[in-house]
Design a protein around this ligand. Structure first.
Ligand SMILES: Nc1ncnc2c1ncn2[C@@H]1O[C@H](COP(=O)(O)OP(=O)(O)OP(=O)(O)O)[C@@H](O)[C@H]1O
Ligand SMILES: [Mg+2]
Length: 353
């Protein structure tokens, strides 16, 4: 597998006013803070983290929709274009995005068939007959039949609309698909259908995919690897199975515990016994006032003195698994020691260290 997308030390700051008064000084909001990652052809990477941690900002930078404040991004070895010129348009053809709200992503005045054909017309790809054939093929691949071709977006169900958005993204035969919460606006009953379809299309077309979601269960189902973000940084990354069954960062452990079965049976994350719910205390994160040291320390159940002052460096664990947490020095796994019924304390396994 070749490296398709590569980000090196990418950051994005926004100037924001902390209050509405006219004399309030603008402050810097660090939405994405020195992130490096790679995505290979055919690989799926899940990006998870709480609302506001910078997932969409990172995704938009990666596909050239938002300029980075610093750092470098390359796609197929070429720097991502900042200026919206012909080169930018050619690059964008290979990178498509599926958004959370399918109605907002579609043009209400266009029939479904024209909607899906439009990117080919804009990019001037093929003659009319070839465009029509490619459009039909894309619609067919997402299970939209001819009976719906003449309808408008508001005449479709939410699931059908999201399929049309997927067809519109796939008609250009991209190499990379970025999905930003693609099913969170859909009914629970059709979420699984759309996810399964995405997964099948990704495999059959050997697409590289960045999949953003709040839902760790969905990410586990569809992704090879998972990156966990907290306040603009990736704090843990590795193979999905590994991260979900043996999280190394207390924040990841808390996210996983929130989707585990509350009692009995096998946990959603695949572990033999379900974890107890880890309640995160403290203020929700604010990217304007990022805490010193480890940004997670005010909410961490395992906080130590050094976490308040020293920013943890990325540590490689076994099997492509990396974490930025002072609990880890090398390969020592975490052991979860129950404190109360509802709170768990994560401590490094001293014996294994
Ligand atoms: N154009 C902008 N101007 C100022 N601040 C912005 C802008 N875009 C994003 N932000 C801020 O950057 C931070 C990250 O936003 P982002 O949309 O990337 O989060 P997210 O992880 O995608 O959240 P969600 O899960 O809710 O979609 C937030 O604090 C947001 O308010
Ligand atoms: Mg978002």
């Amino acid at each position: 597998m070749t490296i398709l997308l590569k980000a090196t030390q990418v950051s994005r700051n926004f100037n924001v006013k902390a209050s509405k008064t006219w004399f309030a000084k603008p402050r810097i909001l660090r939405a994405v803070n020195q992130i490096s990652l790679e995505l290979k052809t055919g690989q799926t990477l899940g990006l998870v983290g709480e609302s506001g941690c910078g997932k969409s900002t990172l995704a938009r930078m990666l596909i050239g929709l938002l300029p980075a404040s610093s750092g470098e991004i390359t796609f197929a070895g070429q720097p991502i274009q900042a200026k919206r010129n012909a080169h930018w348009r050619a690059q964008r053809r290979d990178m498509q995005m599926v958004y959370q709200d399918p109605l907002a992503a579609l043009d209400r005045r266009l029939k479904i068939i024209d909607q899906v054909q439009e990117p080919l017309v804009i990019q001037n790809i093929g003659d009319r007959a070839a465009q029509l054939a490619a459009t039909r093929e894309a619609l067919d691949s997402v299970g939209i039949g001819e009976d719906l071709y003449g309808r408008y977006p508001h005449e479709l169900s939410g699931g059908q609309r999201q399929r049309v958005v997927m067809a519109r993204a796939l008609v250009l035969k991209p190499q990379l698909l970025v999905c930003d919460e693609p099913v969170s606006a859909l009914d629970l009953s059709i979420q699984a259908q759309v996810i399964n379809l995405l997964s099948a299309l990704q495999k059959s077309r050997n697409l590289a995919m960045l999949f953003i979601s709040h839902d760790l269960r969905v990410v586990r189902h569809i992704c090879d690897d998972v990156a966990v973000m907290y306040l603009g940084k990736i704090i843990e990354q590795g193979p999905a199975e590994k991260i979900l069954s043996q999280p190394a960062h207390p924040y990841t452990a808390a996210l996983i515990s929130a989707v585990s079965h509350p009692n009995g049976g096998k946990g959603e994350s695949g572990e033999k016994a379900p974890r107890k719910r880890i309640l995160l205390t403290g203020e929700p994160p604010n990217p304007i006032d990022v805490p010193t040291g480890c940004a997670f320390h005010p909410r961490c159940p395992s906080v130590m003195a050094r976490c308040k002052t020293e920013t943890p460096a990325k540590t490689m664990l076994q099997g492509r698994h990396s974490v930025a947490c002072h609990l880890h020095k090398g390969t020592a796994p975490l052991v979860y020691v129950p404190l109360t019924n509802e709170t768990l304390l994560a401590t490094p396994n001293r014996a294994a260290a």
